[in-house]
Design a protein. Sequence first.
Length: 420
Amino acid sequence: MTGRTLVTARSLRALDWLNFFVANVQTGFGPFIASYLASHKWTQGEIGMALSVGTISAMVSQVPGGAAVDALRNKKGAAAWAIIAIILSAVLLAVSPTVLPVIAAEVFHGFASCMLTPALAAISFALVGRANLGDRLGRNARWASIGSAVAAGLMGVFGEYYSPRAVFWLTAALAVPALFALMSIQRTDTVELPKAGPTPQQIERRESLRELLRDRRMLLFAACIVLFHLSNAAMLNLAAGEVTAGMGDNVQLVIAACIIVPQAIVAMMSPWVGRSAERWGRRPILLLGFSALPIRALLFAGISSPYLLVPVQMLDGLSAAVFGVMLPLIAADVAGGKGRYNLCIGLFGLAAGIGATLSTTAAGFVADHFGNAVSFFGLAAAGALAVLLVWAAMPETRDAAEAEAKAKASVGDGGKSAAR
């Protein structure tokens, strides 16, 4: 075996649990931060400033985080350091909800998240190879969705019956089993895959950043990502703010349901999305997931009952399942055989951050000046443009990736034959 070992079932099960516990941990840095800081007399402006620091640090870190993961031979190390940084962030928030610790926690969390996401994708790629990556990414998304839903419930209970501070101690505690799960995965530089193309460790020359930025597939999908998040990011906040304004005590239950229901849809659909993308190609699945965006925005524009938010949010689950699986899968098609897989994920993450930032800013401005209905129509238009761009311009990346793998394999076989 020359020092390499076949992937064990234990490593794959540990990867399931790693995704579960990482999602647990990341849930603690969602809406709970705003509630926690408000309970310590932070103003809305101060809370917004702190959250903006986290958003900006995450956007700035996307590309360096991906490049750092590419540079590390064993991807487990990148994941371990990211999880440790997230533990530190949670502890800082729990110990001292004052300005400097909170800002430091947001910065640490922003960079750590930008290393953790590509590290998990890289570990998956190394363990199963490109041929089985779609199915593996679907399993990752399923376990992450289950983890998010479980963590939301646990953190809600801890925050309600103990204290808002307890949420962050729980977040730090949940990171410990994530590290144990990571330890149970074999080193990614000792994996030997079936002879179906080059492994990530067998790549001889890395594509330069300039070459990657010239790749038409990468640029088109990045544009699709910007439009996707331009349509999606502000949608639930806008709808929830409008239709739950006069509800009273049931508001939190409705909002919680709006978060949990899409996670359940993602958990159910993600494995199917991964398998179908390998069977039918990327474009049909992208069209399915992206088409839910304009439909959802138009439905929100006509809703007057808060209880209708939940069934409409099922469409968000469809979009999230498709997007969560397809982003790392298309990154593997575009750059997985060129040593720039994680950098490509970082570039796609930057595109997502740009789209989300523009979405919340533009939707809020339009809603204030022209009304919520006009804002929803604008979000629907952005979603429709995303669908149009996928349909009219996005190439099928699966076929190109298969051709590249065969070409590399044939070159390798030719070299071996010549040596013999």
